[in-house]
Design a binder for this molecule. Structure first.
Ligand SMILES: *Cc1c(COP(=O)(O)O)cnc(C)c1O
Length: 465
């Protein structure tokens, strides 16, 4: 499998290089040159197979240039053994053809574990094979950080620095990152927003001298391997619900667009997905875009679903590349306009194409709380505010009641206890293994959102290791 950049000028790479590279050298994101197709009977065969076995089969064409099949099988099995449930991503029947796919049974209680438990192991494996070390730098609005830290902690070949916006992640989220006592884990609280953190990370990658010296690498949602790992559960959902005998629809609470783009990848591989619903909170750049084709930046508003408090959805560039028929020059042009003017407009014919299968709705905090309360009344289940945004969007956008609608449940309710309590009067408890989280000591550095300061800090830490 060859991977190309969405901006068309970075070198074409194989899986191992894409895994370690993160962002492409031309500022683009790597995508597969061609999408492999699942066999005609694949979904039927997958209907009763264990998650890890399906995962190996779905991902194999994307990684086979770099790994050997037995090795890959062992890594995948090990990654998904860290989940609390044998199904890995259990499906819960909500009635009325609505299903909840619980993606939060991994070590940090959010869906990002599904990708990162695998990607951490793949990194380790590929680096050991090459005899190299890397410095992973990532920005988080909450969940990516702890999931990345859990995936990389204590691994020989990795130092990890995670930037989070000071005071803008929940206490549970912060403590899941800052109470990890591994010597290779370094947390930085940046005085600014998530987008400031993301810009700092982008600036570190753009700084060639620093990037090469520190062997920088990324595990945030622009990393292709993360998208790849997420394709699997869209396949699994369709297989378990219909065995491929009919279409399914997915509703996805969306921030950086990595999750729902993986759904698009599953569709390109042949999974019959009839509709994608995007749920946004008040930071609704994507749902505004879906309405009129105008991608326009606005400020970030803090909400009850902070992992979606973003101004720009980085992974959208991958879908744009697909819409433009793989023309990197057009992506470069659109992105340049977006950076310069804060907006760009999608051609009307492409917007019409998009509307055939994509829809979206935005929920404010009150509407989100109302969904949490309604689901509790109707089903007895507690859901987190991100999941509620996806469910609320599906209620407005669902097109065909005969097609099962799968809501991706992206976080455990105990990760956002305040919102859940406000909606239901019930404070969800953390699972046993995290029960003493608030007694553990924290360790992190608070820095201004200034490039030179952050870079100097990372240099100092690396020099001391
Ligand atoms: C990261 C995250 C999202 C958004 O996912 P994207 O891939 O960035 O669109 C939604 N919900 C939760 C709980 C998250 O952690």
């Amino acid at each position: 499998m060859e991977y190309v950049s969405t901006r068309g000028t970075a070198p074409v790479l194989g899986f191992g290089d894409v895994l370690l590279a993160g962002l492409a050298r031309d500022g683009g994101l790597y995508v597969p040159h061609a999408w492999p197709r699942l066999g005609a009977d694949a979904l039927q065969r997958f209907e009763a197979l264990p998650y890890a076995e399906i995962a190996v089969e779905v991902m194999w064409p994307f990684v086979s240039d770099t790994l050997d099949l037995d090795e890959f099988g062992a890594i995948v099995a090990d990654a998904y053994a860290t989940f609390d449930r044998p199904e890995v991503v259990p499906l819960v029947d909500l009635g009325g053809g609505e299903w909840l796919m619980e993606l939060f049974h991994g070590p940090t209680l959010a869906f990002k574990d599904v990708a990162l438990q695998l990607v951490g192991r793949l990194f380790d494996h590929e680096l050991a094979r090459r005899g190299e070390r890397v410095t992973i730098v990532g920005a988080t609005s909450g969940d990516t950080g702890s999931a990345a830290i859990e995936a990389c902690r204590d691994r020989e070949a990795i130092e990890i620095f995670i930037l989070h916006p000071a005071g803008r992640v929940s206490d549970v989220q912060r403590r899941q990152m800052t109470t990890v006592r591994s010597a290779n884990v370094h947390n930085i609280a940046v005085e600014g927003t998530f987008d400031d953190c993301q810009d700092l990370v982008k600036a570190l990658f753009a700084d060639e001298e620093f990037r090469d010296r520190a062997h920088l690498s990324a595990v945030n949602s622009i990393n292709w391997a993360r998208v790849l790992a997420q394709i699997v559960y869209y396949v699994v959902g369709a297989a378990r619900l219909t065995g491929g005998r009919g279409p399914v629809a997915y509703t996805v609470p969306t921030g950086n667009f990595g999750n729902v783009f993986a759904g698009y990848g599953a569709q390109r591989m042949g999974v019959p997905i009839a509709q994608f619903v995007i749920g946004s909170n008040r930071n609704d750049i994507l749902t505004r875009f879906l309405a009129d084709g105008v991608m326009e930046m606005r400020g970030v508003t803090p909400t009850l679903s902070p992992s979606m408090d973003i101004q720009i959805s980085s992974n959208f560039e991958r879908l744009l590349f697909e819409l433009y028929g793989g023309d990197g020059d057009r992506v470069v042009e659109a992105m340049a306009r977006f950076r310069a003017e804060g907006r760009f407009v999608l051609d009307a014919d492409l917007l019409a194409t998009l509307h055939e299968q994509w829809s979206g709705a935005c929920l404010d905090d009150e509407e989100t709380v109302a969904v949490i309360a309604e689901v509790r009344r109707r089903t007895g289940l507690l859901i987190d505010p991100h999941t509620a945004v996806g469910l609320g969007a599906a209620a407005r956008c669902r097109r065909d009641p005969a097609v099962p609608m799968v809501s991706l449940a992206t976080a455990h309710p105990a990760k956002f206890p305040d919102a859940v309590e406000r909606a239901t009067g019930i404070r969800p408890a953390l699972p046993e293994r995290l029960a003493d989280l608030f007694e553990r000591p924290e360790r992190y550095e608070t820095l201004p959102g200034d490039y030179a300061t952050v870079r100097a800090h990372i240099d100092d830490v690396l020099a001391s290791r």
